[in-house]
Write a protein that binds this ligand. Structure first.
Ligand code: FES
Ligand SMILES: [Fe+2]
Length: 347
């Protein structure tokens, strides 16, 4: 008989110190029941990146997204306030805004033309005059918590989730350049584990990266719900790799930054959305910036291949859980303990 979800979650021991800890067990990466539980607990209860702050700087500007499987719209009101709502019409549940981003005077549903103000109030309901007991005032779009941190807009679907753990970054000098999507044949947590192994895989898997990093002096610092990995570079600068629980990474270099947003697309599929930023996005800098993206893509290809290999191994009967390097893998240990705490809430 298959073990219950509770047995699967309980088979991880979050109390073990790093030197004695195991990774989360293989079924967390391969049992299809895990995905629903994660959407409900991990993704709905954490702050999720919904867009860039500059996309919603002016009244009427909006972005739409799917967060924890739910359609969301973030919009700047005429009063200057930033709000987020479920992008779900109160009439028959269609998505009200259908473009990824844009600027609007009001929010009009394409299905039967119901109209909401930029502040989310229901304003227009065609052919509804004979409907009785209809309280228009309570039929606005359903709000979601929203916050702006540094260059990003974040939303949190479930009010029971914790406040955002904010810390300062020096990223205002970077300008958004381009977005790319990568489709991975692995559970989303395999990509995060790979990111959080403290550079352990760099000398073995990424020869081109190893040539520019001062690997022995790599440092790893855990926060409450984030981890900063950092490496001196041969050029004298430092590379900073921030991971924000559960699925957002910010990689900061001297003249460039990229972010990685990891989205589960199935128990063994994920999509990683890379946004590339540079201090100089002028026409003259374009070919240099594209070359930098191409270099990052070569590393991403190596990671894509190893993540696929790990997913296949996790699904094999040979593997139940692994151990962690004390020197390198403290970030992964934090990730696994945070996951365990969230998943327990859903049982
Ligand atoms: S579903 Fe939006 S107007 Fe009918
Ligand atoms: Fe890598």
């Amino acid at each position: 008989m298959d073990p219950s979800l509770k047995q699967i979650i309980d088979s991880y021991d979050p109390a073990a110190p790093l030197s004695e800890a195991s990774t989360i067990p293989a079924p967390w990466y391969v049992d299809p029941r895990m995905l629903d539980l994660e959407l409900k607990t991990v993704f709905a209860r954490s702050w999720q990146v919904a867009g860039r702050a500059e996309q919603v700087a002016r009244p009427g500007q909006y972005v739409t997204d799917e967060i924890a499987g739910a359609p969301i719209v973030v919009v700047r009101g005429n009063d200057g306030g930033l709000r987020a709502f479920f992008n779900v019409c109160r009439h028959h549940a269609a998505a009200v805004m259908t473009e990824p981003s844009g600027k609007a005077q009001h929010l009009r549903c394409p299905y039967h033309g119901w109209t909401y103000s930029l502040e989310g109030e229901l304003k227009g309901t065609p052919e509804f005059s004979e409907v009785s007991n209809f309280d228009r005032g309570s039929m606005g779009l359903v709000p979601v918590e929203v916050a702006v941190w540094e260059s990003w807009v974040l939303v949190k679907l479930d009010p029971s989730g914790l406040p955002f753990e904010s810390f300062p970054l020096d990223v205002a000098k970077f300008h958004w350049f381009e977005r790319r999507h990568y489709h991975m044949d692995c559970n989303w947590k395999v990509f995060v584990d790979n990111y959080l192994d403290g550079g352990y895989h760099v000398p073995h898997l990424h020869a081109s990266l190893d040539a520019v990093l001062d690997y022995p002096n790599y440092t790893i610092e855990n926060g409450e719900r984030h981890c900063l990995q950092s490496s001196p570079m041969r050029t004298g600068d430092r590379a900073l790799y921030y991971w924000i629980y559960p699925n957002f990474m910010i990689n900061v270099y001297k003249d460039a930054m990229d972010t990685n947003l990891v989205i589960p697309r199935g128990i063994d599929k994920s999509e990683v959305i890379f946004d590339f930023y540079f201090t100089d996005i002028s026409k003259e800098a374009r070919s240099r910036n594209l070359a930098s993206i191409a270099a990052s893509e070569r590393i991403q290809d190596e990671d894509t291949a190893i993540c696929k290999s790990v997913q296949r191994g996790l699904a094999s009967r040979a593997y139940t859980a692994g151990r962690l390097s004390v020197r390198r893998e403290t970030g992964e240990h934090l990730f696994h303990r945070l996951l365990h705490a969230d998943l327990k809430m859903g049982l």
